[in-house]
Write a protein that binds this ligand. Structure first.
Ligand code: GDP
Length: 194
C-alpha cells in the first residue's frame, strides 16, 4: 500500500469529537507496551507518527489517523498496565465503551497480543468485549522477532486457545525486523474494500 498521506485528525475523549464524515475505520487495541505504536508506525512507514510510549498506560485519548484521505486508523488507549489506579481504569472503560458501543464506521478491530506469551485475562476480556459488541476482529501477534519461525505455530495455537478464537486470523508481525506488515496491509485492504 502506498501511503500518500497520514495525518492525526483528532485526539478525542468525547463522542462529539469523533470524525463524522462516515469514513471507514480500523481500530487498534492491546495491552500497554504490546507494540501498538510501533506497529502503526511500521504500517505507515513512519518513525514517530504514533508516539511510542514512554509512560505506559498514560494515553487516555482515542487518536484518529486519516490515511490517504480514505480511511481512519483508530488508536485506542492500551490496557493492563499494573500501576494504573482504579479511577484511571474506570476512565479507560468509559472512553472505550463510548467508542465501541455504537460506531457504525468501525469495520474491524485489530487486537494486538505479544506472540511470546499466553494472552492475559485482560486480553481475553477485551476479545470478549469486541465480540459482545459484534465487531469483526483480527489478531496481530507482535514482537515475532523474539521467537524462531519454527515456533510460530505453537505460539499461535496457544493464543487461539486462550482467546477462544473461531475463524479469526492471527497475523504475526515484527516492527524490529519489519516483517508481517504486507500481510497486515492485505488484510486492511480486504476489510475496507469489502
Ligand atoms: P505500545 O505501548 O503498545 O504502543 O508499545 P510500543 O510500540 O511503545 O512498544 C513497547 C516496547 O516494545 C518498546 O520498547 C518497543 O521498542 C518494543 N517493541 C515494539 N515492537 C517490537 C518488536 O516488533 N520487536 C521487539 N523486539 N520489540 C518491540
Amino acid at each position: 500500500m502506498k501511503i500518500r498521506s497520514a495525518e492525526i485528525v483528532v485526539s478525542a475523549v468525547n463522542r462529539d469529537q469523533y470524525p463524522n464524515e462516515g469514513i471507514p475505520e480500523i481500530a487498534f487495541v492491546g495491552r500497554s507496551n504490546v507494540g501498538k505504536s510501533s506497529s502503526i508506525n511500521s504500517l505507515l512507514n513512519r518513525r514517530q507518527f504514533a508516539r511510542v510510549s514512554q509512560t505506559p498506560g498514560k494515553t487516555r485519548t482515542i487518536n484518529f489517523y486519516l490515511i490517504n484521505k480514505e480511511f481512519y486508523f483508530v488508536d485506542l488507549p492500551g490496557y493492563g498496565y499494573a500501576k494504573v489506579s482504579k479511577t484511571e481504569k474506570a476512565s479507560w472503560g468509559k472512553i472505550m465503551e463510548r467508542y465501541l458501543s455504537r460506531r457504525k464506521e468501525l469495520c474491524n478491530i485489530f487486537l494486538l497480543v505479544d506472540i511470546r506469551h499466553e494472552p492475559t485475562n485482560d486480553d481475553k476480556a477485551m476479545y470478549d468485549w469486541i465480540k459482545y459488541y459484534g465487531y469483526d476482529c483480527t489478531i496481530v501477534a507482535t514482537k515475532a522477532d523474539k521467537i524462531s519461525r519454527g515456533k510460530y505455530q505453537k505460539h499461535l495455537s496457544i493464543i487461539r486457545k486462550k482467546l477462544g478464537l473461531s475463524d479469526e486470523k492471527i497475523i504475526p508481525v515484527s516492527s524490529l525486523k519489519k516483517t508481517g506488515f504486507d500481510d497486515l496491509w492485505n488484510e486492511i485492504i480486504n476489510i475496507y474494500t469489502e
